[in-house]
Design a protein around this ligand. Structure first.
Ligand code: ZN
Ligand code: ZN
Length: 391
């Protein structure tokens, strides 16, 4: 009579490995190591006639592995063979094999549920909830969170009580892969992330430190936003380092600050009729040496240009914004009017594209290097427009 096959122990410890035949000489299925599932088939040669226990032939076992397991075990063949010879039962060998795989598995795969499963494990959620509620972040700072915790928004308050929203997107491999973060700041920041060591709290702390670099820049921009009539950007974010400000009707200045040294002379570009902006440009050029680094950019510009920036809102602001005299819109495909008739008595603003289309429809226009020359539709003063492809 053959001895009872030792199926119970294999089934108990490796429930995903199933016997393929009635004499239990062949098993097929999966072996799970720290959450990673590897396909495996192990076959023993037929047992001798006088002894039905197939594990007697364990040292002659043949093993077939999935590609992932084969590449993982490459180079460990001798150890496996040695364990095979030392094992008394198939189950004992499989336990040894599992131990070998555990040792080889890269560190990044040690937490199985984060890696192998599409649905994050309970550990994923409990770790995240712990980090969000911890002292470095705190639930008060969490402004939104989606149902599967894969997207979190955190409000950071800087030293001047300005609010900054940090969006964090996590994937199933968190904390082994760095979360994707976005925040409106003038530069790009790639925060440090050590897999399975860094926490969301560390990340938030790094962003808080990063915000300190721009306090002076934002002070200057806030001063411009509060005390002048800004027409561009329409809705500035904390990433925007320029403002276009109205000086008077049809005349504006675009100010672009230096991110590193925000109190230094900014890049200034005037926009308006030539007769209006030339005196301003001349004053700025002549008095640039008088720039006082201790004063705000707004004060400096007002002193040097000998003007006061007007402060208008609502309909007054719309009037000063000066819509295009051809399409009557201020914004067209995201562009504001950027050509102005040079006749000081006219000074009507146009979108480059509107003016170009108008001039190209006239038989009288001249073309020089993609620039169309013609006459202002209102006052007949000479005017030009660049091809929209170049503008
Ligand atoms: Zn237009
Ligand atoms: Zn004109």
């Amino acid at each position: 009579m053959p001895k009872p096959p030792p199926t119970s122990s294999v089934a108990d410890i490796f429930p995903q490995l199933l016997p393929e035949n009635s004499d239990f000489s062949s098993y097929s299925g999966f072996i799970q190591v720290k959450g990673e599932c590897f396909q495996l088939r192990i076959r023993l040669p037929p047992a001798p006639e006088d002894d039905g226990d197939p594990t007697k032939c364990l040292h002659q076992a043949e093993m077939f592995c999935c590609r992932a397991l084969s590449s993982l075990l490459a180079g460990s063949e001798d150890v496996i063979h040695e364990r095979l010879l030392q094992s008394e039962t198939l189950c004992q060998f499989l336990v040894e094999l599992r131990h070998i795989i555990e040792q080889i598995l890269p560190r990044s795969k040690l937490q199985p549920d984060f890696v192998s499963s599409q649905v994050p494990s309970a550990n994923y959620y409990s770790r995240l909830l712990g980090e969000l509620g911890g002292s470095q972040i705190g639930w008060k700072s969490v402004t939104s969170i989606n149902s599967d915790l894969s997207a979190v928004q955190i409000c950071l308050i800087d030293s001047k009580q300005r609010q900054h929203l940090l969006d964090i997107n996590l994937d199933d491999n968190y904390p082994y892969t760095a979360p994707c973060c976005s925040i409106a700041v003038p530069d790009s920041i790639v925060p440090k992330w050590i897999p399975n060591q860094s926490t969301l709290g560390d990340l938030v702390d790094e962003f808080r430190r990063h915000l300190t670099h721009f306090q002076q820049l934002w002070d200057i921009l806030d001063d411009l936003d509060s005390n002048t009539c800004v027409i561009e950007p329409e809705r500035p974010t904390r990433a925007d380092i320029f403002r276009r400000i109205i000086i008077e009707k049809y005349v504006s200045i675009r100010i672009e600050l230096n991110t590193i040294n925000p109190t230094s002379v900014p890049i200034c570009t005037f926009m308006g009729a030539d007769a209006s902006i030339r005196p301003l440009q001349n004053k700025l050029d002549a008095k640039i040496q008088e720039w006082d680094y201790k004063k705000s950019v707004r004060e400096n510009l007002q002193n040097l240009l000998e003007i006061q920036f007007p402060k208008f809102q609502g309909t007054e602001k719309e009037d000063l914004q000066a819509a295009c005299a051809m399409c009557y819109a201020f914004k067209l495909d995201g562009h504001i009017p950027d050509r102005v008739c040079d006749n000081p008595l006219c000074s009507r603003p146009y979108h480059s594209s509107c003016l170009f289309n108008w001039l190209s429809s006239l038989h009288s226009h001249r073309t020089t290097n993609n620039v169309l020359w013609g006459r202002c539709p209102y006052c007949d003063y000479k005017i030009f427009a660049q091809s929209p492809a170049i503008v």
